[in-house]
Every structure is written in structure tokens, then in C-alpha cells.
Design a protein around this ligand. Structure first.
Ligand code: NAD
Ligand code: 0WE
Length: 263
């Protein structure tokens, strides 16, 4: 098929083989794209480098998105390596772990700032640099979650940050549309990745959602990657500013089916 033949993609957010970003990188490579990878901290190099080699990816750079200098440096290197890019993938989120337990009203000023900076502003920061490498247009995609729109217990300040991320997706789409750059977000159902591993009760949450979602199951990284593929290929040419759900339909429910007859 080779839906991305001749395309160049920069993928941010690979931590290990379970990362959504990794599934997207694999699929993009399989569809003919030239892929570059970026990871957050030096300790991840030993995880990401072998994955990159497995794919034959030679552009692997560290970038902590809290640093404008590191973002500038990685895009300078990307410009030297790729000269132009067609695709930006943003699969990054972080809130201090103490903010993802207890009540939202206890959110600290610092926890709010960090969650917003890393999980929402970073998409804007990467987009403004990517724009300079996309003279012929392109496509950008980020990862969001339903906790942006409805209250999900303990998602707390991450829900607020995802709401900002989704609004940023729309403002970026409006600004970059005239440059023939499309900007979208994928709202994924829960998946057991590193970012989910530390969450108390995550397995129970997977069970709850999987039993009630219209498709009566959970989704996986590959299904997210397939949607990233159509959004970033010519198949998505008319779509921008959109939040696309890859959640087995969970978000359409107003009230889940009762387990048995109610009367
Ligand atoms: P993951 O832990 O594999 O990926 C999160 C990435 O964010 C990691 O690679 C981490 O290094 C990176 N990151 C954190 N702080 C950073 C910083 N300062 N600079 C650069 N990178 C930084 O987990 P994942 O589930 O693949 O998460 C990817 C995205 O998908 C996140 O935006 C997450 O919110 C979103 N998402 C996840 C789920 C889920 O259930 N796993 C559901 C919906 C959306
Ligand atoms: O976006 C996410 C998780 C993002 C995340 C995860 C962590 C864990 C480790 C952000 N910051 C941190 N900080 C850490 O220290 N998801 C959509 C997965 C997720 O996380 C939840 C969920 C779901 C779903 C947290 C509480 C409730 C539900």
C-alpha cells in the first residue's frame, strides 16, 4: 500500500515498545515513511536506541519539551537531517504523580503548571518549529483522552491539560490551515502503557471500559496507529481541527447498558 511513500515524519514520545508513539513510528515506517524519533530523558536512550535500530531509524534525538533550547536544537538537527518534514506526531503527557490521586480541588499551582506545560503547551511549541520545516504543507497529530471533556476519577489536572490540548489543536488548525498543514488529535481509550502503569486501579478501569464500550473490548496501540496513519496520509486530506475517537465507542454512551434487566 505504502500510504506514506516519500513522506518524512518526526515522532515525539517514545519511551519503550509499549508507547503509542512507537506503534505509530512502526506503522509509518511500514507504510514507507522516513521516520525520526525523539525521547525525553537520557535514561530512555538505552530503551529507544535499540528500537530505532530495529526499524532502521537513524535520527534519534533527546528532547525534553520543557526546554525551548532543547526543542530548537532537535528541530535544527531535523532540518539538517531531513531538510523538510511532512508529519509531526506529539505523544507526550506528564503530571506529577501526586496530582493523579486524591481530589482535583487539591491541585497545586506547580502541578497545574507542569501538567499544562508538558501536556498541552508542548504541542504548540513543537508545531511552531515544525511549521518552518513544512513549506509544502503537512499533518500534525497529538494524543488526548476523554477526561478532557468529562470527569474521570483521578485524571484530575491531566483532564484540564487535555482540554487545553484539544483547544490548542483547533487554534493551531485554524492558523496552519492556510499553510496546507492539518492539525488533529486522537482521543484514545485506556491502554496499558508506561504512562498508565503507575495509575492505581488502571487494570480495573480497563475492565470497566472493556465491558461497557459498544465494541465490548478495549483498544490497542496498533489501532491508534492506524488512525494516525489515515490522518497523516492523503486519506485524511479534508480533515483538520478534529478530535478522532479510537475508544471502541465508549464516548458515545450517556448511560451504559445495565448488567441485567432492571425491573
Ligand atoms: P508513554 O509513557 O509511553 O508515553 C508518554 C511519553 O511522554 C513518554 O515517552 C515520556 O518520556 C514523554 N514525556 C513526558 N515528559 C516529557 C518531557 N518533559 N519531554 C518530552 N517527553 C516527555 O505512554 P503513552 O500511553 O504512549 O502516552 C502517549 C500519549 O498518549 C500521552 O499524551 C497520553 O496522555 C496519551 N494517551 C494515553 C492513553 C493511555 O491509556 N495510555 C489514552 C489516551 C491518551
Ligand atoms: O494520559 C494518560 C496518562 C498520562 C500521565 C500518566 C502519568 C503516570 C506517571 C501523566 N502523568 C503521569 N505522571 C506520572 O508520574 N492517560 C490517558 C492514561 C490514564 O491515566 C489516568 C487515567 C487514564 C486513562 C489517571 C487517572 C485516571 C485515569
Amino acid at each position: 500500500m505504502s500510504l506514506l511513500a516519500g513522506k518524512k515524519a518526526l515522532v515525539f514520545g517514545v519511551a519503550n515498545k509499549y508507547s503509542i508513539a512507537w506503534a505509530i513510528a512502526e506503522m509509518f515506517k511500514q507504510e514507507g515513511a522516513d521516520v525520526g524519533l525523539s525521547y525525553a530523558i537520557p535514561q530512555l536512550e538505552k530503551r529507544v536506541q535499540p528500537l530505532a535500530e530495529e526499524l532502521g531509524v537513524t535520527f534519534v534525538e533527546k528532547c525534553d519539551v520543557t526546554s525551548d533550547d532543547e526543542i530548537d536544537a532537535v528541530f535544527e538537527k531535523a532540518g539538517a537531517h531531513f531538510s523538510e518534514i511532512d508529519i509531526l506526531v506529539h505523544a507526550i503527557a506528564f503530571a506529577p504523580s501526586n496530582e493523579l490521586e486524591g481530589r482535583f480541588y487539591n491541585t497545586s499551582r506547580e502541578g497545574f503548571r507542569v501538567a499544562m506545560d508538558i501536556s498541552a503547551y508542548s504541542y504548540v511549541a513543537l508545531a511552531q518549529r515544525a511549521l518552518n520545516l513544512m513549506p509544502n504543507g503537512g499533518s500534525m497529530v497529538t494524543m488526548t483522552y476523554y477526561g478532557a471533556e468529562k470527569v474521570v476519577p483521578h485524571y484530575n489536572v491531566m483532564g484540564v491539560a487535555k482540554a487545553a490540548l484539544e483547544a490548542s489543536t483547533r487554534y493551531l488548525a485554524a492558523d496552519l490551515g492556510p499553510h496546507n498543514i492539518r492539525v488533529n488529535a486522537i482521543s484514545a481509550g485506556p491502554i496499558k502503557t508506561l504512562a498508565a502503569a503507575g495509575i492505581a486501579g488502571f487494570r480495573k478501569m480497563l475492565g470497566y471500559v472493556g465491558e461497557r464500550a459498544p465494541l465490548r473490548r478495549n483498544i490497542d496501540q496498533e489501532e491508534v496507529a492506524k488512525t494516525a496513519l489515515w490522518l497523516c496520509s492523503d486519506l485524511g486530506s479534508g480533515v483538520t481541527g478534529e478530535i478522532v475517537y479510537v475508544d471502541a465507542g465508549y464516548h458515545i454512551l450517556g448511560m451504559p447498558e445495565p448488567p441485567e434487566k432492571w425491573e
